[in-house]
Design a binder for this molecule. Structure first.
Ligand code: THU
Length: 160
């Protein structure tokens, strides 16, 4: 039997400890929550991406009466960015959630499907994506989606 550990590093910052660029990204994610279409869950999620040219692309969750057809904020933002700017890697993503009239105290981690899509974006450009998970108690930051999805299935996995 062989055993190994996979370690992830998570840093928790207060808003005033972030760089101005990161604060702006978190703010964009918070604002994006307000464009969510979520009449079924009442859970508004916003995502903001920083591309390598410095521009910001945002997205929010979009729900449907046929529930499984809805799309998370992260994938809404990522797919749009990849369509509009196919040559630009995504440097960072900030995610925020708003419900019951307030932003959540704890960071809301992205769902598994969104992690897999974030991984593909990192892999496609061979560029790590910093992930900033906003909560009013602190912003949880990892350097790469690989810290949130440590054992990864990528295109290359099928070639070995
Ligand atoms: N949601 C997101 O937008 N991102 C996530 O990572 C988790 C969940 C959305 C999907 C759905 O519209 C609502 O939150 C409740 O699950």
């Amino acid at each position: 039997m062989e055993k190994y550990e996979i370690k992830s590093e998570v840093c928790v910052y207060q808003e005033n400890e972030l760089s101005p660029e990161e604060r702006e990204l978190v703010e964009a994610a918070k604002q994006a929550t307000q464009q969510s279409y979520s009449p079924y869950s009442d859970f508004k999620v916003g995502a903001a991406l920083r591309l390598t040219d410095g521009s910001i692309v945002t997205g929010s969750n979009q729900e449907n009466a046929s529930y499984p057809l809805g799309l998370c904020a992260e994938r809404t933002a990522l797919f749009h960015a990849q369509h509009a700017h196919p040559d630009l890697p995504v440097k960072a993503i900030a995610i925020a959630a708003f419900a019951n009239g307030h932003f959540y105290p704890d960071a809301i981690p992205p769902c598994g499907a969104c992690r897999q899509v974030m991984l593909e974006v990192e892999d496609r450009y061979d560029h790590p994506m910093r992930v900033l998970l906003y909560g009013t108690n602190g912003i949880h930051v990892v350097r790469s989606i690989k810290d949130l999805l440590p054992f990864q299935f990528v295109g290359e996995s099928m070639k070995k």
